[in-house]
Each structure stands twice: as C-alpha cells, then as structure tokens.
Design a binder for this molecule. Structure first.
Ligand code: NAI
Length: 308
C-alpha cells in the first residue's frame, strides 16, 4: 500500500506520522510546494522510526509527482486556512486552484488512486475533485465527519464524566460551524441513549461545543488543529488499506440519498478497499432532516462560487 500526502504542513505531517506509526502501509510520500519542506519533514519522521517501532518508508518531494506514481490512496491537505480580512470567495479561489492542480497531478501518475480531501472548505473541495478528477465517485472521500465525531465523543464523555470508550456518537451534514449536525438522538453510553443521562442544558452544551470545536482550537492555537485531523485521516486510510468495511461519516457525492443530489455532504458510509463501499441511510428525526437540508443549502451556495 502506497499513500501520498500532499501538503507537508501541520495536518499533512500529522497524517503521515499517524499512518506510519500504525504500520499498515509500506510507503508514504509527502509532497509540498515549499522547497525542501516535504523532504525535511519526511527525514525527521523517518528518524522516529527506530524509536517508535515502525517500518513504513516515508519520503518527501518538492512537487515531483512522478515520485507519487502508483499510489493507492492520496490525501490532499494542501491549501491555506482562512485568515482575518479574507473573503470566503478569496479563500475558495486560492484553495480551489491548489486542489484542482494537485488533483490533476495525482490522477496523472496514479489513475486508480482513491483521494481523501481535507483542504477547506472541505465539502466544496470534495465536490471540486468530483467535478475535475474524472475518478469514479466511490474513490473520492471528504474528511470531516470522522474528526467532528471524535470531537463530539470528547464533549459527550466530558459532560457524562465517562471514559471516552464508553460513548458513541456521530456527526453528519456539513463540515462547518453552522452546518454540522451532531446526532444527539443516536448517541449512546454503552448502548443507552445519552439523552437519558444529560439535562437539556448539558445536551445543548455538547452540541454547541462540538460545532465550534475547530474554532475553539484555532483561537487557542492561533492556527487550526492537526493531531485529531491527522488521526482521523489515518483511520480512513487504514479502513481502505486493511479493507475494514468500517462505518465512518464522510463527505460524499450524494445521488438522492438523504434527499440531496449533486452535492458532497457528510453521511455515514462503509469504507473498505474500494473506497466508499456503501452509503448508509439512517432514519433522522424531522428536526434533523430540516437541519440537514439547511446545511445542504449553505454548501450549495459556497459551491456556486467555484469556477471549473
Ligand atoms: P499548513 O499551512 O500548515 O500546511 C499547508 C501546506 O500546503 C503548506 O506546507 C504549503 O506549503 C502546502 N501547499 C500549498 N500549496 C501547495 C501545492 N500547490 N502543492 C503542494 N503543497 C502545497 O496548513 P494546515 O494546518 O496543514 O491545513 C491544511 C488545510 O487543511 C487547510 O485548508 C485547513 O483549513 C484544512 N483542514 C481541514 C480539516 C478537516 O477536518 N477537513 C481539519 C484541519 C485543517
């Protein structure tokens, strides 16, 4: 299994580190546009191999995509995060240009690759990859729900004063502060609905803190998070590499599922060696259906800013 990670910044390097540490693939190639940066990150990570006990080979390249040839999976983390004073259109313009260019290079050298899209605004960037890559739709997966669900579980465990291994929960819809939909109605503590443990005030706290999870970290760190995003990507790559058929909420191209078409949104799916093996349709409450539709409308508006 060969994995390429484009963007050797905070998130890309974290992805490479977790993938290597889990020791399930033979090779990780880091690509960056900054001269020597990917090579440096790869060398630093390789010097942890004997300390951390992994055999994955990590290499880096400054933009030479021939080194990525034959990748089974590619993760796109290249792009800029939003900065103060920037309009949404400017952010989309810059990241869309990067993601489109990177996608073309990846597919040219690895025509059978499965792409995991991380760059923001992620649901729109995943949509862009669908529209420009020529890859079948089961080979394009946006990463948002895996991270947001981990943040949901963190907040649930905090409110329940329970160990995280006791709780289960999932976040679907959009990867944005307003469009995220933590499914409180389906969250459980050892199979028992969490709603039977938490007051309404606690439930509202968990949902709100989950939705602003990324923003909270950006405020604390001065930039966006990298450990949990990297770990979330590594779980998705492992599901493909090891054909786990694991159910993970991911941003996928919908074709009538959840009442939506021609849009990428977070929904639960079975992830295995073929990428997306099946979209799982779960029963939502009326309020959840409404929130899902509202999130879709907002993502559609952002998608409208794309120029192909
Ligand atoms: P960063 O600035 O640390 O790293 C980005 C890297 O991309 C830089 O090293 C830069 O040189 C590289 N790059 C830029 N253009 C490139 C190109 N054309 N080819 C190759 N490399 C290129 O940023 P960070 O924190 O790693 O975030 C990366 C992206 O991931 C951002 O858009 C961020 O918003 C997004 N993100 C998404 C998450 C999600 O859940 N989907 C979670 C966290 C971040």
């Amino acid at each position: 299994m060969k994995v390429t990670v484009v963007g050797a910044g905070a998130v890309g390097a974290s992805c490479a580190e977790y993938i290597a540490m889990k020791n399930f693939c033979s090779e990780v190639v880091l690509v960056d546009i900054k001269e020597g940066f990917a090579e440096g990150k790869a060398m630093d990570l390789m010097q942890t191999a004997s300390l951390n006990g992994f055999d994955t080979k990590i290499t880096g390249t400054t933009g030479d995509y021939s080194k990525t040839a034959g990748s089974d999976v590619a993760v796109i983390t290249s792009g800029i995060p939003r900065k103060p004073g920037m309009t949404r259109e400017e952010l989309i313009g810059i990241n869309a240009g990067i993601v489109k260019d990177v996608t073309a290079n990846l597919v040219k050298h690895s025509p059978n690759v499965t792409i995991i899209v991380v760059s923001n605004p992620m649901d729109t960037m995943a949509y862009l990859v669908h529209k420009t890559s020529g890859l079948p739709k089961h080979k394009i997966i946006g990463m948002g729900g895996a991270l947001d669900s981990a943040r949901f579980k963190y907040r649930l465990a905090e409110a329940l004063e329970a160990p995280i291994s006791d709780v289960d929960g999932m976040v679907i819809a959009a990867h944005s502060d307003t469009g995220m939909l933590p499914l409180l109605s389906k969250a459980t503590r050892n199979g028992v609905p969490v709603t039977s443990f938490l007051t309404e005030e606690q439930q509202a706290y968990v949902v709100e803190e989950t939705k602003v999870g990324g923003a909270t970290l950006t405020k604390l760190l001065g930039t966006s998070a990298w450990y949990a995003p990297g770990a979330a990507v590594s779980v998705m790559v492992q599901a493909i590499a090891c054909d786990q058929k694991k159910m993970i909420p991911c941003s996928l191209m919908l074709d009538g599922e959840y009442g939506q078409s021609d849009i990428c949104l977070g929904v639960p799916a079975i992830i295995g060696k073929n990428g997306v093996e099946k979209i799982v349709e779960i029963e939502l409450t009326e309020a959840e259906k409404e929130k899902f539709a509202t999130a879709a409308a907002a993502v559609r508006e952002v998608n409208g800013d794309l120029k192909f």
